[in-house]
Every structure is written in C-alpha cells, then in structure tokens.
Design a protein around this ligand. Structure first.
Ligand SMILES: Cc1ncc(C[n+]2csc(CCOP(=O)(O)OP(=O)(O)O)c2C)c(N)n1
Ligand SMILES: [Mg+2]
Length: 599
C-alpha cells in the first residue's frame, strides 16, 4: 500500500464521521461482547450532551474538550475500548495511534514542548499504564504537563485478590509519585469534577503529569451529573511577596557583574524575562532544558551552561547570578562541580520547584510578574564584558579540536530553519548538541534531561511533528540518536510512516554504547559489554516504507544532507562513524570523577 494512503487528510475524514452516541450500551456486557455500533451519523456533537444522555467515556471526552485538551496519543485496549468509541464520535479531538504506550508518553511530552498544549496519553490497565512510567518521570522533572488517562479493572473487582485481566496491585500508588496529581474516579458521576481538578494542576504554577484512573466499567455506565464548566485558564495570581522582590532588587543594585540563567520554567514569561535581560544588559545563559528560551543568536546570549569551560570563567568573574525557572542539574553543572557566582537569586513559580541543591535567595511567584517588578527597579546598564569576543574565542578553540561532532552540528544548524525542531536522544552527538548547538526559538530543542533516558528522541520528535501538523506548520523535526538509544523505540518508525510526518532521523551508528565505552576507559582502563551487533538500519527503515541512506564520512554527510533534510515526509540518514565524547576532546572539561585513568 503506498504511504500516501495514510495521508493526514484521510485520517481527518475518518475522524469526522460522527456516529450516534445513544446506541452505546450503558452497562458493561462483558469484555468481549460489545455490540456493533449503529453507524448512522448524528449531527449532535458530543460536547453538548449532558447528564444521563452520556456514558462515562463520553463524559471523559466532553471534559477534555471543556478544558481545551484536544489531542491524545495511545493504543486502544479491551479496557479503554469505550473511550475509543467516544473518541471516534468526536471530530474535535485528534488522536494519534502509536506502537507502545511509552511512545505515547514521550509523544505527549514532545507535543507540549513544541506547542505549549497539553496532550493525553491513553493507556489501559496494568501493562499499558506501567509502560508510561519513564515518560512520566521525564515530564515530571522538566515540568511538562501531560494527562495520563488510564483504566483499571472493573470497580466491583477492585477489592479482589488478583486474577482479573491486567490486575495490578496498587496501580494508583505506583504511578502517583511520578505525577503532580493522581486520582481514581470512584463513581461515574465524579468524572467531570476529577477532570476539573486535574486541569487546575496541569495549568497551575507547578505543572507536570496528571493521572486519572478510571475503572473500565465506568466508561460504559451512565453519567447523571452535569459536567462542571471549565474555569478560566488564566493562572491564579501568585505574585512573589514584596520583601523577597525587594531583597532581590537590592542585590541586583549592588552587583557590578550580573549574569542571567534561564531554564524551561520561563516558558510562559519569555517576553518579560527578555525585557529584563535587555535592561540589565548582561550575559544570558540557559540550562539544557531552557535552550531556546532566549534566542541563541541574540547579542546577549552566551549559550548553555552544560559546556562548563567558558561558562565557569564567566561565573568566576560574575558577582551575581539571577536564574529564572532553572534547575541546576547534575548533568548541566558537571556533577555539581560548576562554581556559581557568590550571590544567586533564584526566581521560581513554586517553592516546590525541583532542583534547589544550591543555596540561593529565592523569589517565589509568577516569573513574568517578578521579572517586570525587578525591571521597574533597575537602571539600564552597560555590558560588563565583550560577549562577541568571548564567543569568537570559544568558536576558534572548538574549531581547533577538529571534531566531526562539532562540524556535523554546525552543518545541521546551517541547514535548519530557526523554527525547525531538534529532538535529542542520549548519545555522544546529543551531549555535544546540549553544549554547543545554538537554539533560536522556544520549543525547538527537545532533550530528555528530566530522566536522562534512552529512547526519547524518536517518539518525542513524533509528538512535536504532530503538534506542527495540527497547527499547519510545515517546518520539520530533526531527530538525533545513537544506535543504542534508537533501538529502545525504533518501532515508532511505524507511526512515523503511517502519518508521513516530516521527521528526519540522523542515526549515529558506532556499533557501540559509545559514551559508556568512554567512561569505562576513563574510569577502569577497559571496556566491557559495549559492542553492539546491529541490524541494517537502512533496511529496517525501508521495511517501514521510510527512505534511508547510509554515509560513512563527514564529507558524504555534508553532501547528502540537503537531500535527507528536504525529502518529503520522514527520512533516515545513518552515519557510520566513531565520535569522541566532548569530555574526551576537552570541548567540555571532565567533571569530577571521570579524570583519564593514568596507567
Ligand atoms: C534507560 C537508560 N538505560 C541506560 C542508560 C545509560 N546510557 C547512557 S548513554 C548510553 C549509550 C547509548 O548508546 P548510543 O545510543 O549508541 O549512543 P553513543 O553513546 O554510542 O553515542 C547508555 C547505555 C540511559 N541513559 N538510559
Ligand atoms: Mg552508539
């Protein structure tokens, strides 16, 4: 079947087939005995139905629409089958079917990072829900709101002792620590209320995953309560207390050489923070998760802190760091070895903001409001260092290392539009990208820093590409992964092919867990279990209907790059090479504990 059969337009046509809701049975007739649904189209949109006209599944979908959530990723299953029937009846909701619930989770994460819109992960009891744990960890630690709607066994069996299909002990409690909100629906009539509570957390000052667990029989049961109206989506007013802002303003007034650090938490405050930075007129850094929150080509931009060297030099000279929505993670700070300026003002939205290992003067409140309040109290300043000269010196030093990784990233950057997205896995080239890939627009650099997991890049790229498709944005997504990490979620090539998404995969194949080999050599002088016998990745991609090509030199990479990036739909470029880790070449100083073994 030609790939064009699965075009987006066709998917939409199928989604818009609205069918009668009232033909659904209100009681569960047993898992395998769902009656055929009458295919007569109904003109009544699901969202207008209220009270006893609805099933639990329809109430779920109506609640999602009320709260402005119109996209989801998932897999239909015996337990959530009624939900899929309600989704089929709803043309306003866009569902993307994937090949693994873990991919649904990463896709929802990537969807939010690109679009700022919350997506649902649809998973089923037990295995389906549990497969989302790593994506939930990723989203939790990076403050990405995603909504997991997962089923449980029938309500009448909940007190049982095992034996029900997919039964999982303490399912809610297993998942709860990886969320900001986890609740079981205990009556079908409660559905609207539970979704309203989840929406409040998802859009609140400390966003992250929410989990709503629904015993599957409730999805077919009648809902008698009417659904609560959605609250205005504006965040509650939570301006920082005046003494905290006063203290911060005083520290800024006293400083001579301030620096600014932005993390992903400034997502909703980019304009205010930029205005503040331009007034204070000082160097601006980002964390890896914050890349793109300040344009990498802005004259004040000094890039990402994870590259340490030049950053450390600046921090040692600076007398004040003002961070906005930033986590100082082990990865970004060279295993917490990065020395910060003597004073640190940390502006965060919520006192429970993760990543507060370093002492700071905290200002807790709406980041945009805080940035504006601080901007009102400062005088415009002259720049205290020559940023252009610092950048030029650093570029020269990096060029002199003659590393293919650096060259490849420069080629990729030059071939990408500023609004194209780069989705990262955890391979040597991704570590280089964290440190040195300039990001020009928010939401265009996806990196799994919440979990550091392998397997993130491809499904997250798919989520970002879905967000762009839904917004009629014709830009592309570049996905960089190593041969080891790619195989964690390689099966999502099927999703990519099914929807013909413009995801361009650069697969760096060194037939090894390369960075681990580097660490083993550094720490023990030997390597062990890092060699991989891989499939022919080009043939794998082609088997899914995706065009693929192999290059074995940087010259060939440069030559084939335009064809790979400009091909319509998905494309894979396998680059056979052995790259050096940035710490091995001196591009990034070695963090404590991975000094080269002297023997
Ligand atoms: C789930 C998970 N398991 C293990 C690791 C440890 N790990 C980090 S990078 C890496 C090697 C990845 O190999 P590959 O994708 O081929 O990239 P390379 O290092 O060869 O460039 C491993 C095993 C991890 N980050 N996540
Ligand atoms: Mg590898």
């Amino acid at each position: 079947m030609p790939p064009s059969f699965f075009s987006f337009e066709r998917m939409n046509q199928r989604h818009s087939l609205v069918r009668r809701l009232s033909d659904l049975p209100y009681a569960c007739h047993g898992l395998h005995t769902m009656p055929e649904v009458n295919p007569t189209p109904s003109p009544t949109p699901i969202v207008q139905k209220t009270g006893a006209q609805m099933t639990g599944a329809q109430a779920v979908v109506a609640s999602l629409l009320r709260h402005g959530i119109t996209t989801g990723f998932g897999i239909p299953s015996i337990h959530n089958i009624a939900l899929y029937e309600a989704l089929r009846q709803t043309s306003e909701f866009h569902h993307w079917v994937v090949r693994h619930e873990q991919a649904a989770g990463f896709a929802a994460d990537g969807f939010y990072r690109r679009s700022g819109k919350i997506a649902v992960i649809f998973a089923s009891t037990g295995p389906g829900n549990l497969f989302t744990l790593v994506p939930l960890l990723e989203s939790l630690q990076t403050g990405i709101p995603v909504l997991l709607i997962g089923t449980n066994i029938a309500s009448s069996l909940l007190a049982g002792t095992g034996g029900a299909l997919h039964e999982t002990p303490e399912q809610l409690e297993i998942i709860r620590p990886l969320t900001r909100f986890a609740r079981r629906v205990t009556r079908p009539d409660e559905i609207g209320e539970v979704f309203a509570q989840a929406a409040e957390i998802l859009r609140g000052p400390l966003p992250g995953p929410a989990f709503i667990e629904i015993p599957h029989d409730f999805l077919l049961a009648p809902v008698n309560a009417s659904l609560p109206e959605a609250e205005a989506t504006a965040k509650p007013d939570h301006v920082a207390p005046a003494p905290e802002t006063d203290r911060a303003a005083q520290l800024i007034a006293e400083s001579r050489k301030p620096t600014i650090l932005l993390g992903s938490g400034v997502r909703a405050a980019i304009a205010a923070v930029r205005q503040f930075a331009e007034l204070l007129h000082c160097p601006v850094f980002t964390t890896t998760s914050g890349k793109g929150m300040f344009p990498g080509d802005h004259p004040l931009s000094l890039g990402c802190i994870s590259r340490l060297g030049a950053v450390q030099e600046m921090f040692l000279e600076s007398d004040l760091l003002i961070s906005f929505g930033a986590r100082l993670t082990e990865f970004d700070t060279g295993r917490f070895g990065l020395k910060l300026p003597p004073q640190h003002i940390q502006v965060v939205e919520d006192s429970r903001y993760p990543g507060d290992r370093v002492p700071s003067t905290r200002v807790v409140g709406d980041i945009a409001a805080t940035a504006k309040a601080l901007a009102q109290r400062i005088q415009p300043r002259a720049l205290w260092c020559d940023i252009a000269a610092i950048k030029a010196r650093e570029a020269q030093r990096l060029e002199a290392l003659l590393q293919e990784s650096y060259t490849a990233l420069k080629l990729v950057r030059a071939s990408m539009h500023r609004n194209d997205v780069l989705a990262n896995d955890q391979s040597i080239l991704n570590y280089w990208a964290s440190a040195f890939f300039p990001v020009l627009e928010p939401g265009t650099f996806l990196y799994p820093l919440g979990s550091g997991t392998l397997g993130y890049a491809l499904p997250a790229a798919i989520g970002a590409a879905c967000a762009m498709r839904q917004a009629n944005d014709a830009r592309k997504v570049v996905c960089i992964a190593g041969d080891g990490g790619f195989q964690y979620t390689q099966h999502e090539l099927a999703t990519l092919a099914q929807y013909g998404l413009p995801v361009k995969i650069l697969l760096v194949n060194d037939e090894s867990y390369g960075v681990i080999a580097f660490l083993q050599r550094s720490m023990f002088g030997q390597t062990h279990e890092i060699t991989l016998k891989n499939p022919d990745f080009c043939r794998v991609a082609e088997a899914y209907g995706i065009r693929a090509e192999r290059v074995t030199s940087i010259a060939a990479l440069e030559q084939r790059m335009p064809d790979w990036l400009n091909a319509p739909g998905p494309a894979l470029l396998e680059w056979r090479t052995v790259l050096k880790a940035p710490w091995e070449t001196g591009a990034i100083p070695r963090p404590t504990g991975i000094a080269p073994k002297s023997s």
